[in-house]
Design a protein around this ligand. Sequence first.
Ligand code: M6P
Ligand code: ZN
Length: 184
Amino acid sequence: MVFPEGVSIDSSTGHVSPETGRYTKRLSELRGIFHDRTALEEAVAVRGDPIVYEVVEYKKEGSDIFFGTTTVEPGVVGNEYYMTRGHFHARRDMAEVYYTQHGSGVLLLKSRAGETAVVEMKRGVCAFIPPDWAHRSINTGKDKLVFVWVGNVAAGHDYGDILEKGMSKRVLLREGVANIVDDA
Ligand code: M6P
Ligand code: ZN
């Protein structure tokens, strides 16, 4: 039997209480994601392999949905902002929701047919990620980017396509501002 419960979420740190799991991704685990490989190796060596993002989850056995937070640190690798890996769901019929709590960024999406879309991430914007649209969150601000996500436990992750082909677009720092450019 699973009982109802209130879960505290700290919108500026992404802390979830109670939580049932968490993981971090460091720069060295994101090789092949950022376009400037030399800058990545340099950043790993010089900055001591910093955490790029952290995922904290609240999941209860017997439920079809779960939720949690993702916190993407501010930073760049070369001229490319810190971001998540990006993925399709293994289950092509399953959507997800990202509700931004803190900071600012860009949610980049790519459909299975190759269309791209962008949703601004800022406090108060709840992004609907339709089934079969890959998604990657990018922190373009100076603060942590914190968002609450709600998904289906069965959705799973499919990283292959994005690792191989990318998201079609990249978000780069140019002359002090974020630019969304085609990924040639
Ligand atoms: C969100 C959710 C998670 C995902 C995480 C990091 O929190 O969509 O399912 O794992 O972002 O994204 P990725 O797995 O693409 O690195
Ligand atoms: Zn997802």
